[in-house]
Write a protein of this length. Structure first.
Lengths: 319, 319
């Protein structure tokens, strides 16, 4: 059974080498060489009982803990440089599980071209991975900044992760192709840094959608002192059929599911086409789903001739 | 019962204002203005069942989570700038407990003149506080760097925290004055940044003593390719009497207790007096307890005419 020192050795051995100027992992502090711009920081904690669904491996959990930070950096238009991981492991964790975690961190290093520069290992009652990500930037896309008239855009389609979660929890069924797409969105969430960096110059405000579309839109509304009128929902392919077959509300899957790790933001009307092209160039799809209004804090959905309020629902811990 | 948003509100309301150039807490990323030097990072996780002894309040636990990082910065001679806290809270946490955590973070801000710039709130099966600390420096005191002949120094006396822990766990008794000093060292660990910064220019290697004196000395030996001969132990006042009265080994209390949050390091012989004066000026006490030898990895204790090996014992998670 590995102890703290074995865990560190196992993870460091599998990690990528850091370039010159960085301190190699193993001293008491990590060092990242100076860069232009201000320091941008994000910390996000993955906790087993809320963030690791049935069927997710330790390797996937480790990668996801980094993905959660990457998603915020992508939405803010900041290229991440490095990350650290503070890990809490159950007593009795196996060597194989530790090796899996190490592989997951390595996956993240490769996928998003970031360096693991340090961390901490602890004993806890469930798996906890707290990822701290750092980058440097002159500016970032703030939550505030939307003006009435701005287009509301999202960088992809919604509803797969909540559907995938239901499939993994065996509370819903799905045909093979949708099942695969939906469960993959849960087990291997893939925030796109390239899409985020391409979109950022056009955004007047923005954030990631990890707490769900409705929550993100409400947050941008509050921060910007605007309202939003949604005229279409960015429903994922197959989500409506899945909802119908399982007696679920497709709108709820799209609006309050969460964990999509896409960008939700606002763009000046004149910039929508250019933003769409920039995102397409990076393999993404930008959808215009509504516009900002002067009705501060009010989020409405107008589809099929009816109009209704969208509640500020989404994932809230401890609720 | 407070939810995630209440927790954030409670903590942010009590936090100090960040100066101009920093992003106020509340967006998805934290921003620290550019500084000279490379970025220095440290992450340390406090987990309730291993790091929060009986009798420690939530306020003290919050302060301690920051102290754990401050201790490393002090030993490395790097002034911390800011910190973030990623928190896991039990379902059912009370408003009072959250307010206590907030007060503890505020205590840390004031005590070490650091800014809380962000964080994350989660639900977990026990209290978890992961503190990420950042600073900027051209150089830091590394673990490696000791040469044979260098003096081995410590920035204070050892044995109070293990004694205090035993008192708090009711497995030992102590007279009022010692009891107070020992339990305070556990409940309000006080790494001294001022002592660390004053000592750092003289250190050829160094680290903090949070995993215990023996472990720290062994770590400096391995990293420097040297050995150490200890000729005296930095035994805290009253520790021997406490040990005798409770049938404990005083050497073990000093060598493998841990959580002292002092600096253990090496200094060139010619610099010892100047280092001592610099530390005294900041209210600390520098003790020379031995010297580095060419016997790589070997740590020996020579007191009272006998010589014996000191084992590489100390706190290791998951062991």
């Amino acid at each position: 059974m590995p102890d703290e020192l074995d865990v560190i050795e196992s993870i460091v051995r599998r990690a990528g080498r850091v370039p010159a100027g960085y301190a190699a992992i193993g001293d008491d502090v990590a060092v990242v060489p100076r860069r232009r711009g201000n320091l941008v920081l994000k910390v996000d904690m993955l906790v087993e009982h809320t963030d690791v669904p049935p069927g997710m491996t330790y390797r996937q959990a480790a990668r996801k803990s980094v993905a959660m930070c990457v998603s915020d950096f992508a939405a803010k238009g900041v290229k991440p440089d490095s990350f650290m991981v503070s890990i809490g492991l159950r007593k009795g964790v196996t060597e194989e599980q530790v090796a899996e975690l190490a592989s997951g961190f390595r996956d993240a290093e490769r996928e998003w071209k970031v360096h693991m520069v340090g961390g901490d290992t602890n004993e806890s009652e469930e798996l906890v991975i707290d990822c701290t990500m750092v980058g440097f930037a002159e500016r970032f896309v703030a939550r505030s900044g939307a003006s009435p008239g701005d287009a509301l855009v999202v960088s992809g389609r919604f509803g797969y992760p909540p559907a995938g979660l239901k499939v993994l929890m065996k509370s819903a069924k799905a045909a093979a192709r949708f099942r695969k797409m939906a469960t993959t969105s849960v087990l291997r969430p893939s925030p796109s840094l390239r899409v985020g960096m391409a979109l950022a110059p056009y955004l007047t405000s923005g954030m990631d959608s990890s707490d769900g579309l409705a929550r993100s839109v409400h947050t941008l509304a509050r921060a910007g002192g605007v309202g939003f009128e949604l005229v279409s929902l960015p429903t994922g392919e197959g989500v409506e059929e899945f909802a119908r077959a399982n007696g679920l509300d497709p709108e709820a899957l799209v609006l309050v599911g969460g964990e999509e790790y896409l960008v939700v933001g606002t763009v000046k009307g004149r910039d929508v086409d250019a933003a769409r092209r920039a995102v397409r160039k990076e393999g993404g799809e930008l959808l215009e789903i509504g516009k900002a209004t002067p009705k501060a804090g009010r989020v409405e959905l107008s589809v099929g001739g009816s109009r209704r309020r969208v509640k500020d629902e989404g994932w809230t811990h401890l609720r």
